[in-house]
Design a protein around this ligand. Structure first.
Ligand code: ZN
Length: 320
């Protein structure tokens, strides 16, 4: 038994030094916003993100839930409804939803629905402008079409009455760099949902450092024709949008970062299916990207490349 302790003590010391273990630095405080989304699996995907982050021991995730929608049919050709368009009982509920962003290091949005109250919009912009991190997930970039500052924060978005002529350039990955596409038309499209390969486009970025240069991701949607102010975007990863299954035939930026004021934005367009949230690449991205948005650094060790070998793939085009 004595022998056991002699062996175990140095091992425990070593274990405690690993940045991914529960003894790593102070908690990063995360506020996750949910409550409405045209992706009805949000009650499953929010807890998945919370547990993915919290099991690292580095994050403390609080979920705030907005009032529900009034059940109206989604209108992809018009900006999202206002609280004033809601029935009286929901307006009363909205009057009480006032999240305080100030205690948090980073906000994750799993939300796409009715416009937040103006007071919350102003608080949110101030939070990011003053150095708070922001992580929009998938259809969070469909939200708030005509809220100008939100569009600057996310860089690009899609659907709900967005047009290149009015809302800004589309982005694609071409000849080794991001290219703006100002061709007129509606913004927001995707091909058939299927397993995909993701191509790293900035191997030195701390969020993706140590990932295989190309990695498998479970069944998901690859957004294309995403448009917006598109200022200061750094493409971290792209995916080939397969024209045989309704895609653009181009490499689409799918994980991007940008800054707004003092704030950092980690914008992850992946995340349609619940399965997508279980992918190794998605989970490593979420953990590393959320830490980066919160602190500007990634302290987690580079991921084990064996993690990335589990998702099945049906299509692959070499990256441009
Ligand atoms: Zn989707």
């Amino acid at each position: 038994m004595k022998y056991f302790h002699i062996l175990l003590a140095p091992l425990l010391l070593l274990w405690g030094c690993q940045p991914s273990q529960k003894t790593a630095g102070p908690s990063i405080k995360v506020l996750l916003i949910e409550g409405q989304n045209n992706h009805r699996n949000w009650p499953e995907t929010s807890p998945l993100m919370k547990s993915t982050l919290e099991k690292t021991g580095r994050f403390e995730v609080t979920i705030t839930r907005t009032p529900p929608s009034d059940g109206r049919k989604q209108d992809f050709s018009a900006s999202q409804p206002l609280i004033a368009d809601m029935p009286e009982d929901l307006q009363q509920q909205w009057a009480t939803w006032r999240p305080d962003f100030t205690p948090y290091d980073v906000v994750i949005s799993n939300y796409n629905g009715v416009f937040w109250p103006e007071e919350v919009q102003l608080d949110f912009v101030e939070f990011v402008n003053n150095g708070g991190g922001f992580v929009p997930i998938h259809a969070a970039n469909n939200a708030f079409t005509n809220w100008e500052e939100y569009q600057k924060i996310i860089g690009v978005g899609g659907w709900y009455g967005r047009w290149t002529e009015k809302h800004g350039s589309k982005i694609i990955w071409q000849d080794g760099k991001m290219v703006l596409d100002n061709s007129p038309g509606k913004c927001g499209a995707h091909g058939k949902r299927q397993p995909v390969y993701i191509d790293n486009r900035n191997q030195d970025h701390p969020i993706i450092k140590g990932f295989p240069s190309t990695w498998k991701h479970p069944t998901d949607e690859i957004y294309y024709n995403m448009c917006g102010p598109a200022k200061g975007i750094n493409v971290v990863a792209s995916a080939y949008s397969d024209p045989d299954t309704g895609g653009s035939g181009k490499n689409q930026p799918i994980v991007i970062t940008l800054n707004y004021g003092q704030g950092r934005v980690f914008h992850n367009m992946l995340g349609h299916t619940t399965e997508a949230f279980t992918g190794a690449g998605f989970q490593h991205l979420l953990v590393r990207g959320t830490e980066w948005a919160a602190t500007g650094k990634v302290t987690f060790p580079e991921p084990d490349t064996a993690d990335f070998s589990t998702s099945t793939i049906v299509t692959k085009e070499p990256g441009a």
